[in-house]
Design a protein around this ligand. Sequence first.
Ligand code: ADP
Ligand code: MG
Length: 665
Amino acid sequence: RMVTAKQVQAALDGPLNPFNLQPYSAQYKGILRNRKELPAYAQMTEFYEMFTKHQIMIVVGETGSGKTTQIPQLVCYSDLPHSRGKIVACTQPRRIAAMSVAKRVADEMDLTLGKEVGYSVRFDDMTESGTTFLKYMTDGMLLREATNDPDLNCYSTIILDEAHERTLATDILMGLLKGLAKRRPDLRLIITSATLDAQKFQRYFSIRRSSPAPLFKIQGRTHPVEIFYTRYPEPEYFEAAIRTVLMVHRAEDEGDILLFLTGQEEIDDACRKIQIEAEDLLKQDPDAIGPLVCIPLYSSLGPALQARIFDPPPPRKNPKGPAGRKVIVSTNIAETSLTIDGIVYVVDPGFSKQNVYNPRNRVESLLVSPISKASAQQRTGRAGRTKPGKCFRLYTEKDFMKELEDQDHPEILKNKLDSTVLTLVKLGVKDIVRFDYIDAPAPETLMRALEALNYLAALDDEGNLTALGGIMAEFPLDPRLAKTLIVSPDFKCSNEILTIISMLSVQNIWLRPTNQRKEADQAKALLTNPDSDHLTLLNVYNAWVQNSKDPNWSWSNYVSQRSLLEAELARRQLESLMVRFDVDLVSVGYGPKLYQRVREALVCGLFMQVARKEGQEYVTVKDNQKVFLHPSCGLDHTPEWVLFNEFILTTRPYIRTVTAVDPKW
Ligand code: ADP
Ligand code: MG
């Protein structure tokens, strides 16, 4: 059955929603008017011609052209997944994008989020089995599903969105789906990318050497953006960024501002400072300066806070005064994953937090690093969505030309691959080195991963998956933590390890407001276990539960209620996996014995991350790296041996979340 653009347009304008046979709401009609303006809508005929003819197609188009919100809907009109028990999937590298876009598309289709349109991200499944026919999901979740159902039979079409991000999971999915397409001629694939450099995908997905996969190009309608560089290098990009935002606010015409920073702490800090300064300006000169609202955007924000980025700017203070302005301070998320209309000014300090792995010393660290030219261009493009804009790059033109790399490297070339290799083995990939990667990782990185998985007993000496490894692969956790959890019943403390791992999976438990650092540190000290940061996390969670999960308790103890709720969600999901794979939930009950057992269980998974005291410092056992205890560490002494959860490199090499251990464990 072939659908035509005409039929779809008639259905969109019709009296009844074909997906639930209800009359359309007024909100639907309002949104539809906007959708009709999108380039993806204008090229519907062309899209269906290609989609019905080809099993695999590549889609490129500028950010904001409608790839993520419109293409999956067009596919639904063709596949009619709801009428034959199938699902159309659209993957996203970022969970926040999957959640936000699913909500938007549910509204656009006049359907209910969590029913017909859903999302599935780690620890949060908003789908209804048998009802959901359009599913936004992280690439990691689809990869996980593939380990249980290699043919992914429930899907009629799979859209790998934001493929230009080249995340680990998307890269592996490309390899798997390329193979799967041969086995399942009924499955359709769409690979979408925001960068125009799609040839690589076309070639990779070519049917024969001579015929690359077809390319569907969505014509962007962007306005010119004027680029400004600094004359001299900026030594303090953070201060410069705030100054620039305020300068734009004072001097430039109506239009919202998007500032790119690197992480949550920096972003919250900037929002506070900008807000205070802007209020001062407004007080000094209410006739010339408009009101300003500063909104943070980063991945650990809850859905309600995320949604604020789409709020209109604040209204004028008086009818003749200047218009209000919205300032969004965001991580990379706003680069291509989420489109915010109304941005006219972009402030780009030229940095982002990037994951860097060095297989030589097995150290993986998140580093604030210069972005690529491609990223800088994407950021600039965000200013030209609705009208001509301006982009302020806080670096010199010479640095842009000389210092920035052209493209970011795909994650598979720079990340640790332990978890990926375990997934591949579980998927039945026999030869990890010769898998059909779009870019093959360094053999050394693969070897390190195989070695680590062997130490963890997930793989035997021949590289075959063990029973333990098979279960480890089922948990959406780093293999070391999965191992810890699975062996914890042997130590009669799986109940506690489950809590600790859930707490480790969320960010920023502790609140430390700039003006209340002392109070926050005092509150933390009361919850601290002097031997173990891991046990401290356990204490916090248990104290919260004992206080009926009361947000006031969290507030007065300077811990984040939101993070605790997230940890609770993670805990529930992990617990149901434990039930499914027969990992008993047990506890010896409170006492010193319990604490020791928890620490012993941690060693079973994290034994590769142990450091020994040498003088005032620590040295890692595996690679002889000099490291320091992170300032957030709550230990009241410096034990001979410690186990650590992560290594981070900031001003110094630090180990964070630390537990004292006994070498005989
Ligand atoms: P692309 O994937 O090509 O970058 P999207 O499909 O994400 O583009 O977005 C297309 C347009 O849909 C945006 O330009 C914006 O106008 C609108 N849009 C997307 N998400 C939202 C939202 N949550 N609220 C309001 N408008 C949105
Ligand atoms: Mg998109």
